[in-house]
Design a protein around this ligand. Structure first.
Ligand SMILES: NC(=O)c1ccc[n+]([C@@H]2O[C@H](COP(=O)([O-])OP(=O)(O)OC[C@H]3O[C@@H](n4cnc5c(N)ncnc54)[C@H](O)[C@@H]3O)[C@@H](O)[C@H]2O)c1
Length: 352
């Protein structure tokens, strides 16, 4: 098979991530890289001996790629996507796919009209244990979910400015928010979010919420909490997990680490697992057991290659997060932002 001719727009942090994946793929040729900061594009281009561009249209005219990966900051979306669709170039767009619903819904509609193959950078969907979590959610009714994401502040200057990044929930925690939607197989209908700005001090221009807690109601009536923070100064306080609770079982997901399912296993209890429950008669009797699943794949590599394979075959059915679906996770997180701003619960409709 001839190599797929891939182009990259945005040679920053995530551009590097995708670029390093391409270099490991036998069936890919990077035919052009583009960044408005010339030295970034030049550096990438030199590594694979391809041309560097500082304007994406010039790159399209010159190299006519078979598909493109777009890794630009949240506030930069729009022109690139509309032009890419007009040229019918399949596109992989990094999350969040935008900050302005009018814009990203218009892009979504153009994609539909064009029947274009798309994907987004929600690579956790490709973690090998997600099917187990989805099976779990089908078998047991999830009544409560809890999400926790605590980390630090990325280096990129735009991240610290809410108008440019959307804030942590939109820009980062969208991965976990998306996982909630994906695993539970249902959509949120209402959110009530509190944001705090009292922890992180002394960073010029920093105006994103450094803490936030959201309450979520899903279609089925299931409730969720989502806790985020970007105040961590070290790995000791970083946290990243989701819990899916049912009346007879529980599943925990730890990002890039493991899935632990309690209540289904016949094997040994997890060391230190504390899953005792008070039975109906008040006795603390049941020692929970967990079945632990470790990830077996590099979900980022798989995410990128699944899109490329779809371009090669013309069959997008293996893409787990097309643009159209990624839009729904942004709408979910933007509703949380609206609630933080207004101080009121906000109805969510991700099926606009
Ligand atoms: N999927 C993930 O796990 C993951 C991880 C990190 C970042 N991201 C996402 O990737 C996006 C970019 O983040 P980043 O950390 O790489 O940012 P970054 O600032 O490091 O890089 C973005 C690059 O895009 C370039 N750019 C902006 N507008 C452009 C244009 N019109 N044409 C060409 N280049 C342009 C910038 O000059 C910059 O070099 C964000 O939406 C972020 O959320 C995703």
């Amino acid at each position: 098979m001839s190599k797929t001719r891939v182009a990259l727009i945005g040679c920053g942090t995530i551009g590097r991530y995708h670029f390093d994946h391409f270099k490991k793929m036998d069936d890919v040729e990077v035919v052009g890289v583009c960044d408005i900061i010339p030295e970034r594009a030049d550096k990438f281009a030199a590594e694979v001996n391809c041309p560097a561009f500082y304007n994406f249209k010039e790159m399209y005219d010159a190299v006519n790629p078979e598909c493109v990966f777009i890794g630009i900051p949240p506030y930069c979306h729009g022109e690139i996507e509309f032009e890419t669709i007009a040229r019918r170039i399949p596109m992989f767009v990094e999350k969040p796919v935008g900050l302005d619903p009018a814009q990203f819904l218009a892009i979504r509609d153009k994609i539909r009209e064009a029947g274009l193959i798309t994907a987004s950078g929600l690579q956790l969907r490709y973690e090998s244990n997600i099917p187990k979590l989805k099976e779990f959610a089908k078998k047991h009714k999830i009544v409560e979910a809890n999400l926790m994401r605590v980390g630090g502040i990325p280096d990129t200057p735009w991240w610290k400015v809410r108008e440019l990044s959307g804030g942590q929930l939109v820009e980062q925690t969208i991965h976990q928010v998306d996982m909630m939607r994906n695993v539970m197989g249902e959509e949120p209908v209402e959110v009530f979010s509190f944001g705090g700005k009292d922890v992180v001090k002394g960073i010029e221009g920093f105006d994103v919420e450094d803490t936030s807690i959201s309450l979520v109601r899903f279609e089925s009536g299931a409730l969720a909490t989502m806790t985020t923070g970007c105040y961590a100064t070290g790995a000791e306080c970083a946290d990243n997990k989701l819990t899916f609770g049912a009346v007879d079982a529980r599943a925990d997901y730890y990002m890039f680490d493991k899935v632990a399912i309690y209540g289904e296993a016949e094997d040994e209890p997890e060391e230190g697992a504390n899953a005792e429950v008070v039975k109906g008669d008040g006795r603390m009797v049941s020692k929970g057991t967990a079945k632990i699943y470790k990830p077996e794949t590099d979900c980022g590599m798989l995410c990128d290659h699944t899109f490329i394979e779809a371009v090669q075959t013309g069959d997008p059915s293996k893409i787990k997060s097309p643009y159209e679906d990624a839009v729904k996770s942004v709408l979910f997180t933007l509703a949380c932002n609206e609630s933080m701003e207004t101080g009121k619960p906000v109805k969510v409709n991700v099926n606009l």
